[in-house]
Design a protein around this ligand. Structure first.
Ligand code: AMP
Ligand code: MG
Length: 421
């Protein structure tokens, strides 16, 4: 196959690595039909063309009086004769001639002969005579046109859209009870390391609890188009690792591992990844999260394959590399249109050291005052193993590759965690 060269460690910028990954991924194509409630946060499989005009008829946007605009007097009071009523869902079935008007409610179909609605607050009612002064209404006011929301035959929703609450409502407004979405993207993950203990186990000397599987679980679960397969902790042995990869490939489209990709790491991690496929080992010009592996692994015996991300082991590096590379890749794999992370501008509360030549991610909290640009305050120690400062933060400051030291008051870009899917 083309692509990465085995046994090679490349230096890459964050942008190069991201590009490289996106170019190699092949999106899934499977679909399933679901009731529209179940389509929330799923990926639309094909364009939805509107089968009807929405609204189906011209109708009133306000409560008031419908009439034809040719009767509006510019210099004097306009008086109209009230000839009937139109309610939402109940037509006025006569014709409204010039000089006449129909009492109309919001959503009611515009009576034949009418093109304008006078809002009731501007009307003077005297028996069956309705009058209003010059300037109270202009031709075409308060009328919604047929098809102004959705026109028959036009694209109402594009393929690849991640369906949000408004989209469910829109599908319902078209009368659609079911919709075709992509099947869920299956993502398997496991942690590697002899020092790792799972929850419930005793913490032997020199061991740590496996936390990466839980942060990964959290980040993946928020992407509701994903089905997650948690495969636990895998020991640093070639057999165990190979077994875990082959097993993950049985079901998964994507495999995420953490740990075991650093330089000087037990070599078999790389050996196994390379034995099973074509995997690149990258040193990425970033902090935290420098080492990372990416490629495709195969099972020659049965034709299974999966894309593999070998993430670093350090708990903060796992999260940073997930947001920097994996999230976008999962969108692409799921056949979803990319949904860029919503970055915001913030002003630094303090001076900050930054080395040009690598992308740095710093944990921070944003505070707002007087509705201005938020201020970013760092949340303590930025060591790549220190989850506490991650937990205390509400965003990552993304300091671009070429950026040097920064001063208090400088503008930086922040990636807020909340609202991030
Ligand atoms: P590695 O990349 O395997 O050399 O791991 C780097 C550091 O991250 C080591 O201190 C590991 O103990 C730690 N680490 C690796 N995997 C995990 C994990 N799943 N949970 C918590 N810490 C981890
Ligand atoms: Mg390790």
């Amino acid at each position: 196959m083309t692509g990465p060269h085995p046994m090679q460690t490349d230096f890459q910028t964050v942008d190069q690595a991201r590009q490289n990954i996106l170019e190699q991924l092949v999106p899934i194509t499977g679909t399933r039909t679901v009731a529209i409630r179940e389509a929330l946060d799923q990926v639309l499989a094909a364009d939805v063309l509107s089968p009807i005009n929405v609204p189906a008829h011209d109708n009133s946007a306000m409560d008031g009086y419908a009439f034809h605009s040719s009767t509006i007097q510019c210099a004097s009071i306009t008086s109209l004769k009230l000839v009937g009523t139109a309610l939402a869902g109940k037509l006025f079935d006569g014709h409204c001639a010039p000089g006449e008007c129909v009492r109309i409610m919001t959503g009611a179909v515009m009576p034949a002969g009418c093109d304008t609605v006078l809002i009731q607050e501007n009307a003077t009612v005297n028996g069956d005579v309705i009058s209003f002064p010059p300037g109270a209404v202009s031709p075409g006011d308060n009328r919604r046109l047929a098809g102004e929301d959705l026109t028959i035959g036009k694209t109402a929703l594009p393929a690849g859209k991640l369906l949000r609450p408004a989209d469910l409502g829109l599908l319902a407004s078209l009368g659609m009870a079911e919709i075709v979405v992509r099947r869920k993207l299956r993502v398997a993950f496991f942690s590697t390391g002899d020092e790792l203990r799972s929850l419930g186990q005793a913490l032997d000397e020199g061991c740590v609890y496996d936390s990466n599987r839980y942060t990964l679980y959290g980040m993946l679960t928020r992407l509701r188009f994903i089905e997650i397969l948690d495969m636990g902790v895998v020991h640093d042995s070639p057999e165990a690792l190979e077994q875990a990869m082959l097993q993950a490939m049985e079901q998964a489209d994507v495999i995420l591992t953490s740990g075991g990709v650093s330089v000087g790491e037990a070599d078999f991690t790389k050996d196994v990844m390379e034995k099973l496929g074509s995997v690149n080992f990258w040193k990425i010009a970033m902090r935290p999260g420098r080492p990372m592996a990416f490629g495709q692994v195969h099972n020659a015996a049965n034709g299974n394959s999966a894309f593999l991300f070998g993430l670093p082991g350090n708990p903060v590096a796992v999260m940073v590399t997930f947001y920097a590379f994996v999230r976008d890749a999962l969108f692409k794999m799921a056949s979803a249109n990319s949904l860029p992370v919503p970055m915001v501008s913030a002003r630094l509360a303090q001076d900050l050291r930054k080395r040009p030549g690598r992308t740095e991610y710093q944990r921070a909290r944003l505070s707002t005052s007087n509705g201005g640009m938020p201020t970013a305050h760092l949340t303590g120690s930025q060591g790549s193993g220190i989850l506490r400062s991650m937990s205390e933060s509400d965003c990552l400051l993304v300091l671009e590759h070429a950026q040097g030291d920064l001063k208090a008051g400088d503008t930086v870009m922040a990636l807020p965690f909340e609202g991030l899917v």
